[in-house]
Design a protein around this ligand. Structure first.
Ligand code: AMP
Length: 282
């Protein structure tokens, strides 16, 4: 595996791969890698000739400076893990490489309605930052395939919208969520959970799964309230628990009228914010 830190080196590598006619798969991450990230890399390797992974803790998508500072950065371990799953190139830039002062990296595209709800309500400006960094990384890497996780359902929706609006020539592959044995979605933030919160956190997936089982039995509003209360009763501090249309991300009233329905939630386990979702109706 090659490790490239600067844009000039990345450009040479990408040009060479394209000259050879190789299909490039790209997995953007913020590092502190776990099995969820590694599954994305493996899927990119199955679908493409070359896999590029980036590790960049993007400051523009953090609305909370403390969250940015506390974000884990075990880079030596990350390099070993990527190597072990057949990543071809790790792009490890500095902030100045992604956002050079002389380059206009602002994105004049508002994610609009998709970004106003859920994560957008509780993390103002988050999706503007996500769109900005993904657009910039796509410009630098120029992949054929972008691989992202369903774990961040709303993020995938916003990026899908961006690819379409900007007519970017890249396909999106969405990989399913990888979980711990007890159902907790793998997340870089899980390492910050104390033993107490780690034992409580699986209630998130348990509650989402129960929501799926009960979709036909209760009106969505009531079901969402029950989900929210179940998380509170377990000791978590939920921010939202919503049952939404899988395309618009707006709350639904009548399940029969929607093709895809998703339950999405965010909750604090102590000082760690966890998000998860489940597709109720595919
Ligand atoms: P992050 O490093 O948290 O920005 O995540 C990088 C990519 O990995 C995103 O596309 C996430 O959706 C994806 N991802 C994060 N956690 C998981 C998981 N448990 N299963 C599958 N994909 C994941």
């Amino acid at each position: 595996m090659l490790l490239i830190r600067n844009n000039a080196g990345l450009k040479v590598f990408i040009a060479e791969m394209k000259k050879k006619g190789h299909r490039i798969g790209f997995v953007p991450t913020m590092g502190a890698l776990h099995d969820g990230h590694l599954a994305l890399v493996k899927q990119a390797a199955d679908l493409c000739d070359v896999v590029v992974c980036s590790i960049f803790v993007n400051p523009t998508q953090f609305n909370d400076p403390a969250d940015l500072e506390k974000y884990p950065r075990p880079i030596a371990r990350d390099i070993e893990l990527l190597h072990s799953v057949g990543c071809d190139l790790l792009y490890l830039p500095e902030v100045a490489d992604v956002y050079p002062p002389d380059l206009d990296t602002t994105l004049r595209l508002k994610p609009g309605a998709l970004a106003n709800v859920m994560e957008g309500e509780f993390r103002p400006g988050h999706f503007e930052g996500v769109m900005q960094v993904v657009k910039r990384l796509l410009d630098l890497v120029g992949p054929d395939l972008l691989v992202m996780g369903q774990k961040d359902y709303q993020q995938v929706s916003v990026i899908r919208y961006m690819l379409k609006k900007l007519r970017l020539p890249v396909k999106l592959h969405v990989a399913e969520t990888i979980r711990e044995a007890d159902g907790l979605a793998r997340s870089s933030r899980n390492v910050r959970l104390t033993r107490k919160w780690r034992s409580i956190a699986p209630v998130i997936h348990k509650t989402l799964s129960e929501t799926r089982q009960n979709l036909a039995k209760m009106p969505p509003k009531q079901l969402a309230e029950a989900g929210f209360n179940a998380l509170s009763d377990a000791g978590l501090r939920p921010e939202y628990f919503r049952i939404v249309d899988g395309t618009t991300l707006l709350e639904i009233k009548q399940p029969g009228k929607h093709e895809v329905i998703v339950a999405c939630t965010a909750a604090w386990a102590g000082d760690v914010r966890l998000i998860d979702n489940i597709i109720l109706k595919p």
